[in-house]
Design a protein around this ligand. Structure first.
Ligand code: NAD
Ligand code: UDP
Length: 337
Protein backbone atom coordinates (compact mmCIF):
# COMPACT_ATOMS: atom_id res chain seq x y z
CA UNK A 1 0.00 0.00 0.00
CA UNK A 2 1.32 3.43 -0.99
CA UNK A 3 0.68 6.41 1.31
CA UNK A 4 -0.10 9.58 -0.66
CA UNK A 5 0.38 12.67 1.49
CA UNK A 6 -1.50 15.61 0.02
CA UNK A 7 -3.42 13.10 -2.09
CA UNK A 8 -6.58 15.24 -2.11
CA UNK A 9 -4.76 18.13 -3.80
CA UNK A 10 -4.36 18.96 -7.47
CA UNK A 11 -1.43 16.73 -8.44
CA UNK A 12 -2.06 14.19 -5.67
CA UNK A 13 -5.63 13.45 -6.77
CA UNK A 14 -4.57 12.83 -10.36
CA UNK A 15 -1.75 10.61 -9.13
CA UNK A 16 -4.28 8.55 -7.16
CA UNK A 17 -6.13 7.92 -10.42
CA UNK A 18 -2.87 6.85 -12.08
CA UNK A 19 -2.08 4.53 -9.15
CA UNK A 20 -5.55 2.98 -9.36
CA UNK A 21 -5.09 2.49 -13.10
CA UNK A 22 -1.79 0.75 -12.42
CA UNK A 23 -3.51 -1.56 -9.89
CA UNK A 24 -1.51 -0.06 -7.02
CA UNK A 25 -3.48 0.24 -3.74
CA UNK A 26 -3.08 3.59 -2.00
CA UNK A 27 -4.16 5.53 1.07
CA UNK A 28 -4.57 9.32 1.06
CA UNK A 29 -3.21 11.30 4.02
CA UNK A 30 -4.32 14.94 3.92
CA UNK A 31 -5.36 17.68 6.33
CA UNK A 32 -7.51 19.41 3.67
CA UNK A 33 -5.77 22.72 4.28
CA UNK A 34 -5.87 23.35 0.54
CA UNK A 35 -8.39 20.83 -0.81
CA UNK A 36 -11.96 19.65 -0.37
CA UNK A 37 -13.23 16.40 1.10
CA UNK A 38 -15.58 16.04 -1.88
CA UNK A 39 -12.52 15.13 -3.99
CA UNK A 40 -12.72 11.68 -2.36
CA UNK A 41 -16.19 11.02 -3.81
CA UNK A 42 -15.15 12.24 -7.21
CA UNK A 43 -12.04 10.04 -7.12
CA UNK A 44 -14.26 7.10 -6.21
CA UNK A 45 -16.45 7.90 -9.21
CA UNK A 46 -13.43 7.87 -11.53
CA UNK A 47 -11.75 4.78 -10.10
CA UNK A 48 -14.94 2.80 -9.41
CA UNK A 49 -13.93 2.00 -5.82
CA UNK A 50 -14.07 3.77 -2.45
CA UNK A 51 -10.97 5.87 -1.80
CA UNK A 52 -9.40 5.33 1.63
CA UNK A 53 -8.22 8.45 3.45
CA UNK A 54 -6.82 9.39 6.84
CA UNK A 55 -7.32 13.01 7.81
CA UNK A 56 -4.16 14.32 9.43
CA UNK A 57 -1.17 16.58 9.32
CA UNK A 58 2.25 15.32 8.19
CA UNK A 59 3.79 17.15 11.15
CA UNK A 60 1.91 14.73 13.43
CA UNK A 61 4.65 12.10 13.66
CA UNK A 62 2.77 9.88 16.10
CA UNK A 63 -0.24 9.66 13.79
CA UNK A 64 2.02 8.95 10.83
CA UNK A 65 3.74 6.16 12.76
CA UNK A 66 0.37 4.53 13.44
CA UNK A 67 -0.75 4.89 9.83
CA UNK A 68 2.49 3.44 8.45
CA UNK A 69 2.20 0.40 10.70
CA UNK A 70 -1.58 -0.17 10.57
CA UNK A 71 -1.82 -0.04 6.79
CA UNK A 72 1.33 -1.98 5.89
CA UNK A 73 2.67 0.97 3.92
CA UNK A 74 5.58 0.07 1.61
CA UNK A 75 6.23 3.50 0.08
CA UNK A 76 5.17 7.13 0.25
CA UNK A 77 4.45 9.77 -2.37
CA UNK A 78 4.81 13.09 -0.59
CA UNK A 79 2.81 15.98 -2.07
CA UNK A 80 1.70 17.67 1.16
CA UNK A 81 3.10 21.21 1.21
CA UNK A 82 2.16 24.85 0.77
CA UNK A 83 2.96 26.17 -2.70
CA UNK A 84 2.17 29.88 -3.11
CA UNK A 85 5.37 31.85 -3.72
CA UNK A 86 3.99 35.26 -2.66
CA UNK A 87 2.47 33.84 0.51
CA UNK A 88 5.82 32.20 1.33
CA UNK A 89 7.50 35.62 1.23
CA UNK A 90 4.91 37.05 3.62
CA UNK A 91 4.80 34.00 5.93
CA UNK A 92 8.18 32.25 5.73
CA UNK A 93 7.92 30.48 9.09
CA UNK A 94 4.56 28.97 8.16
CA UNK A 95 6.11 27.66 4.94
CA UNK A 96 9.29 26.27 6.48
CA UNK A 97 7.23 24.65 9.22
CA UNK A 98 4.72 22.98 6.94
CA UNK A 99 7.07 22.07 4.12
CA UNK A 100 10.44 21.39 5.76
CA UNK A 101 9.39 20.36 9.27
CA UNK A 102 6.54 18.32 7.74
CA UNK A 103 8.99 16.43 5.54
CA UNK A 104 11.39 15.82 8.44
CA UNK A 105 8.53 14.44 10.57
CA UNK A 106 7.49 12.17 7.71
CA UNK A 107 11.04 10.91 7.19
CA UNK A 108 11.47 10.24 10.90
CA UNK A 109 8.25 8.24 11.01
CA UNK A 110 9.27 6.35 7.86
CA UNK A 111 12.72 5.53 9.22
CA UNK A 112 11.26 4.27 12.50
CA UNK A 113 8.76 2.11 10.62
CA UNK A 114 11.38 0.78 8.19
CA UNK A 115 9.61 2.34 5.19
CA UNK A 116 12.37 3.75 2.99
CA UNK A 117 10.75 4.37 -0.39
CA UNK A 118 9.77 7.97 -1.07
CA UNK A 119 8.70 9.93 -4.13
CA UNK A 120 9.06 13.65 -3.46
CA UNK A 121 7.48 16.67 -5.21
CA UNK A 122 10.24 19.07 -6.09
CA UNK A 123 10.00 21.87 -8.62
CA UNK A 124 11.73 23.49 -11.56
CA UNK A 125 11.88 26.56 -9.30
CA UNK A 126 15.12 25.07 -7.92
CA UNK A 127 16.84 26.00 -11.21
CA UNK A 128 16.23 29.74 -10.64
CA UNK A 129 17.02 31.65 -13.83
CA UNK A 130 18.73 28.97 -15.93
CA UNK A 131 21.86 30.01 -17.83
CA UNK A 132 20.82 27.95 -20.85
CA UNK A 133 17.83 25.96 -22.10
CA UNK A 134 16.52 23.31 -21.99
CA UNK A 135 17.20 22.67 -18.31
CA UNK A 136 19.07 19.51 -17.33
CA UNK A 137 19.18 17.92 -13.87
CA UNK A 138 22.89 18.72 -13.44
CA UNK A 139 22.31 22.50 -13.75
CA UNK A 140 23.10 24.60 -10.67
CA UNK A 141 20.27 25.20 -8.21
CA UNK A 142 19.26 28.35 -6.36
CA UNK A 143 16.23 29.97 -4.77
CA UNK A 144 14.84 33.48 -4.54
CA UNK A 145 11.93 33.00 -2.12
CA UNK A 146 11.05 30.84 0.92
CA UNK A 147 8.96 28.43 -1.16
CA UNK A 148 11.94 27.75 -3.43
CA UNK A 149 14.28 27.50 -0.46
CA UNK A 150 11.92 25.03 1.21
CA UNK A 151 12.14 22.79 -1.90
CA UNK A 152 15.94 23.06 -1.99
CA UNK A 153 16.18 22.35 1.74
CA UNK A 154 13.98 19.29 1.41
CA UNK A 155 16.06 18.07 -1.55
CA UNK A 156 19.14 18.42 0.66
CA UNK A 157 17.50 16.63 3.59
CA UNK A 158 16.65 13.74 1.27
CA UNK A 159 20.20 13.55 -0.11
CA UNK A 160 21.61 13.54 3.44
CA UNK A 161 19.21 10.85 4.61
CA UNK A 162 20.09 8.71 1.61
CA UNK A 163 23.82 9.17 2.29
CA UNK A 164 23.42 8.32 5.98
CA UNK A 165 22.15 4.81 5.23
CA UNK A 166 23.70 3.95 1.87
CA UNK A 167 21.68 1.58 -0.27
CA UNK A 168 18.78 1.48 2.21
CA UNK A 169 16.62 4.28 0.87
CA UNK A 170 14.88 4.56 -2.48
CA UNK A 171 14.17 8.24 -3.04
CA UNK A 172 12.98 10.09 -6.13
CA UNK A 173 13.21 13.87 -6.25
CA UNK A 174 10.86 14.79 -9.10
CA UNK A 175 11.32 18.32 -10.42
CA UNK A 176 8.00 19.32 -11.93
CA UNK A 177 7.77 21.98 -14.58
CA UNK A 178 4.34 23.69 -14.87
CA UNK A 179 1.49 21.28 -14.08
CA UNK A 180 -1.78 22.24 -15.80
CA UNK A 181 -4.92 20.63 -17.26
CA UNK A 182 -7.32 18.29 -15.51
CA UNK A 183 -8.60 14.73 -15.67
CA UNK A 184 -10.53 14.07 -18.89
CA UNK A 185 -13.63 13.09 -16.86
CA UNK A 186 -13.96 16.72 -15.78
CA UNK A 187 -14.40 15.48 -12.19
CA UNK A 188 -11.08 16.59 -10.70
CA UNK A 189 -8.81 19.53 -11.45
CA UNK A 190 -7.11 22.55 -9.98
CA UNK A 191 -9.37 24.47 -7.62
CA UNK A 192 -7.59 27.60 -6.37
CA UNK A 193 -9.29 29.06 -3.29
CA UNK A 194 -8.13 32.65 -3.98
CA UNK A 195 -7.30 34.69 -7.06
CA UNK A 196 -5.08 32.31 -9.07
CA UNK A 197 -1.40 33.26 -9.28
CA UNK A 198 -0.72 30.82 -12.08
CA UNK A 199 -1.43 31.41 -15.73
CA UNK A 200 -3.64 28.47 -16.69
CA UNK A 201 -6.22 28.69 -13.87
CA UNK A 202 -6.35 32.46 -14.30
CA UNK A 203 -7.04 32.17 -18.04
CA UNK A 204 -9.68 29.50 -17.35
CA UNK A 205 -11.45 31.89 -14.97
CA UNK A 206 -11.30 34.69 -17.55
CA UNK A 207 -12.88 32.39 -20.15
CA UNK A 208 -15.56 31.47 -17.61
CA UNK A 209 -16.31 35.16 -17.12
CA UNK A 210 -15.22 35.17 -13.45
CA UNK A 211 -12.47 37.66 -14.25
CA UNK A 212 -12.50 40.47 -16.71
CA UNK A 213 -9.17 40.05 -18.47
CA UNK A 214 -5.78 38.42 -18.19
CA UNK A 215 -2.82 40.62 -17.33
CA UNK A 216 0.05 39.41 -19.49
CA UNK A 217 3.12 40.09 -17.38
CA UNK A 218 5.53 41.52 -19.92
CA UNK A 219 5.78 41.33 -23.71
CA UNK A 220 9.40 42.46 -23.96
CA UNK A 221 11.17 39.25 -22.98
CA UNK A 222 13.71 37.79 -25.40
CA UNK A 223 11.24 35.06 -26.46
CA UNK A 224 9.38 34.21 -29.70
CA UNK A 225 6.53 36.69 -29.07
CA UNK A 226 8.01 38.64 -26.13
CA UNK A 227 5.89 36.92 -23.46
CA UNK A 228 7.15 34.50 -20.82
CA UNK A 229 7.81 30.93 -21.88
CA UNK A 230 7.25 27.82 -19.73
CA UNK A 231 6.99 24.05 -20.01
CA UNK A 232 3.33 23.25 -19.29
CA UNK A 233 2.80 19.59 -18.51
CA UNK A 234 -0.61 17.90 -18.40
CA UNK A 235 -1.26 16.84 -14.80
CA UNK A 236 -2.20 13.33 -15.97
CA UNK A 237 1.19 12.96 -17.68
CA UNK A 238 2.80 14.19 -14.47
CA UNK A 239 0.74 11.74 -12.43
CA UNK A 240 1.89 8.85 -14.61
CA UNK A 241 5.48 10.01 -14.01
CA UNK A 242 5.00 9.18 -10.31
CA UNK A 243 3.89 5.64 -11.06
CA UNK A 244 6.92 5.27 -13.34
CA UNK A 245 9.19 6.61 -10.57
CA UNK A 246 7.79 4.13 -8.04
CA UNK A 247 8.37 1.30 -10.51
CA UNK A 248 11.95 2.49 -11.05
CA UNK A 249 12.64 2.69 -7.32
CA UNK A 250 11.53 -0.92 -6.82
CA UNK A 251 14.51 -2.01 -8.92
CA UNK A 252 16.98 0.78 -8.01
CA UNK A 253 17.93 1.74 -4.46
CA UNK A 254 19.47 5.19 -3.92
CA UNK A 255 18.63 8.74 -4.87
CA UNK A 256 17.04 9.67 -8.20
CA UNK A 257 16.62 13.26 -9.41
CA UNK A 258 14.64 13.83 -12.61
CA UNK A 259 12.82 16.56 -14.47
CA UNK A 260 9.18 15.90 -15.25
CA UNK A 261 8.42 18.23 -18.13
CA UNK A 262 7.56 18.00 -21.80
CA UNK A 263 10.53 19.77 -23.38
CA UNK A 264 7.99 21.95 -25.23
CA UNK A 265 8.30 25.75 -24.77
CA UNK A 266 4.94 27.58 -24.74
CA UNK A 267 4.47 31.36 -24.45
CA UNK A 268 1.73 33.15 -22.52
CA UNK A 269 0.03 34.13 -25.78
CA UNK A 270 0.20 30.56 -27.10
CA UNK A 271 -1.58 29.45 -23.92
CA UNK A 272 -4.21 32.17 -24.49
CA UNK A 273 -4.81 30.89 -28.05
CA UNK A 274 -5.03 27.33 -26.75
CA UNK A 275 -7.85 28.27 -24.36
CA UNK A 276 -9.58 30.21 -27.13
CA UNK A 277 -9.55 27.10 -29.35
CA UNK A 278 -10.71 24.87 -26.50
CA UNK A 279 -13.60 27.08 -25.40
CA UNK A 280 -14.55 28.79 -28.65
CA UNK A 281 -14.48 32.07 -26.73
CA UNK A 282 -12.11 35.02 -26.87
CA UNK A 283 -9.70 35.60 -23.97
CA UNK A 284 -9.48 39.34 -23.30
CA UNK A 285 -6.01 40.35 -22.15
CA UNK A 286 -3.94 43.44 -21.54
CA UNK A 287 -0.18 43.80 -21.45
CA UNK A 288 1.02 44.58 -17.94
CA UNK A 289 4.50 45.17 -16.48
CA UNK A 290 6.74 42.17 -15.86
CA UNK A 291 6.01 40.31 -12.61
CA UNK A 292 8.92 40.69 -10.18
CA UNK A 293 10.93 37.49 -9.85
CA UNK A 294 9.74 35.97 -13.15
CA UNK A 295 12.28 34.40 -15.48
CA UNK A 296 11.92 34.92 -19.23
CA UNK A 297 11.90 31.26 -20.14
CA UNK A 298 12.21 27.85 -18.56
CA UNK A 299 11.66 24.47 -20.08
CA UNK A 300 12.89 20.96 -19.41
CA UNK A 301 15.20 18.55 -21.01
CA UNK A 302 13.03 15.51 -20.20
CA UNK A 303 15.39 12.93 -21.72
CA UNK A 304 16.71 11.55 -18.41
CA UNK A 305 13.18 10.64 -17.29
CA UNK A 306 12.55 8.97 -20.61
CA UNK A 307 15.79 7.00 -20.42
CA UNK A 308 15.52 5.94 -16.77
CA UNK A 309 11.78 5.72 -16.19
CA UNK A 310 10.57 4.87 -19.68
CA UNK A 311 8.17 7.79 -19.25
CA UNK A 312 7.42 10.77 -21.43
CA UNK A 313 4.61 13.31 -21.54
CA UNK A 314 2.17 12.49 -24.34
CA UNK A 315 -0.63 15.07 -24.08
CA UNK A 316 -0.42 18.22 -26.23
CA UNK A 317 -1.36 21.83 -25.50
CA UNK A 318 -4.84 21.40 -26.99
CA UNK A 319 -5.70 18.53 -24.67
CA UNK A 320 -4.33 20.55 -21.74
CA UNK A 321 -6.64 23.46 -22.57
CA UNK A 322 -9.65 21.28 -23.47
CA UNK A 323 -9.40 19.30 -20.22
CA UNK A 324 -8.79 22.43 -18.11
CA UNK A 325 -11.78 24.12 -19.70
CA UNK A 326 -14.08 21.09 -19.23
CA UNK A 327 -13.18 21.10 -15.52
CA UNK A 328 -13.57 24.86 -15.20
CA UNK A 329 -16.92 24.88 -16.99
CA UNK A 330 -18.30 21.96 -14.98
CA UNK A 331 -17.36 20.97 -11.49
CA UNK A 332 -15.18 23.99 -10.69
CA UNK A 333 -18.16 26.21 -11.41
CA UNK A 334 -20.61 24.11 -9.43
CA UNK A 335 -18.26 24.04 -6.40
CA UNK A 336 -18.62 27.80 -6.20
CA UNK A 337 -22.40 27.50 -6.48
P1 NAD B 1 -2.25 21.35 -3.60
O1 NAD B 1 -2.25 22.47 -2.62
O2 NAD B 1 -3.38 21.23 -4.54
O3 NAD B 1 -2.09 19.97 -2.84
C1 NAD B 1 -1.38 19.84 -1.62
C2 NAD B 1 -2.22 19.00 -0.70
O4 NAD B 1 -1.50 18.82 0.53
C3 NAD B 1 -3.56 19.66 -0.33
O5 NAD B 1 -4.59 18.70 -0.45
C4 NAD B 1 -3.36 20.09 1.13
O6 NAD B 1 -4.58 20.04 1.85
C5 NAD B 1 -2.36 19.06 1.62
N1 NAD B 1 -1.50 19.51 2.72
C6 NAD B 1 -0.78 20.66 2.83
N2 NAD B 1 -0.11 20.69 3.99
C7 NAD B 1 -0.39 19.52 4.64
C8 NAD B 1 0.01 18.96 5.86
N3 NAD B 1 0.83 19.62 6.69
N4 NAD B 1 -0.45 17.74 6.20
C9 NAD B 1 -1.30 17.06 5.39
N5 NAD B 1 -1.72 17.55 4.20
C10 NAD B 1 -1.26 18.76 3.83
O7 NAD B 1 -0.85 21.45 -4.39
P2 NAD B 1 -0.39 20.69 -5.71
O8 NAD B 1 -0.38 21.65 -6.83
O9 NAD B 1 -1.10 19.41 -5.86
O10 NAD B 1 1.13 20.43 -5.33
C11 NAD B 1 1.57 19.20 -4.75
C12 NAD B 1 3.05 19.26 -4.51
O11 NAD B 1 3.73 19.55 -5.74
C13 NAD B 1 3.49 20.35 -3.52
O12 NAD B 1 4.57 19.82 -2.76
C14 NAD B 1 3.97 21.46 -4.43
O13 NAD B 1 4.92 22.27 -3.78
C15 NAD B 1 4.58 20.67 -5.57
N6 NAD B 1 4.65 21.41 -6.82
C16 NAD B 1 3.51 21.96 -7.34
C17 NAD B 1 3.58 22.68 -8.53
C18 NAD B 1 2.35 23.34 -9.10
O14 NAD B 1 2.49 24.26 -9.92
N7 NAD B 1 1.14 22.92 -8.75
C19 NAD B 1 4.81 22.83 -9.19
C20 NAD B 1 5.94 22.23 -8.63
C21 NAD B 1 5.85 21.52 -7.45
N1 UDP C 1 1.55 35.01 -16.26
C1 UDP C 1 0.85 36.06 -16.79
N2 UDP C 1 -0.30 36.46 -16.17
C2 UDP C 1 -0.80 35.84 -15.07
C3 UDP C 1 -0.07 34.73 -14.52
C4 UDP C 1 1.11 34.36 -15.15
O1 UDP C 1 1.26 36.66 -17.79
O2 UDP C 1 -1.84 36.24 -14.54
C5 UDP C 1 2.79 34.55 -16.92
C6 UDP C 1 4.03 34.62 -16.04
O3 UDP C 1 4.62 35.91 -16.14
C7 UDP C 1 4.90 33.51 -16.64
C8 UDP C 1 3.87 32.49 -17.13
O4 UDP C 1 2.64 33.20 -17.25
O5 UDP C 1 5.60 34.01 -17.77
C9 UDP C 1 3.68 31.33 -16.17
O6 UDP C 1 3.39 31.83 -14.87
P1 UDP C 1 2.96 30.84 -13.70
O7 UDP C 1 2.79 31.68 -12.47
O8 UDP C 1 1.82 30.00 -14.14
O9 UDP C 1 4.21 29.85 -13.55
P2 UDP C 1 5.71 30.14 -13.02
O10 UDP C 1 6.05 31.57 -13.33
O11 UDP C 1 5.68 29.85 -11.57
O12 UDP C 1 6.56 29.19 -13.79
Amino acid sequence: MILVTGGAGFIGSHTCVALAQAGQPFLIFDNFSNSRRSVLDRLAQITGAPVPCVEGDVRDEALLARVLADHAITGVIHFAAFKAVGESVAQPLRYYDNNVAGTVALLRAMQAAGVRTLVFSSSATVYGDPASLPVREDFPTSATNPYGWSKLMMEQVLADVDASEPGQWRIARLRYFNPVGAHASGLIGEDPQDVPNNLAPYVAQVVAGWREALSVYGNDYPTSDGTGVRDYIHVCDLAEGHVAALRYLRAHPGLLTVNLGTGRPVSVLEMVRGFERASGRPVPYRIAPRRPGDVAACWADPSLAERLLGWRASRDLDSICTDAWRWQDGVARSLRG
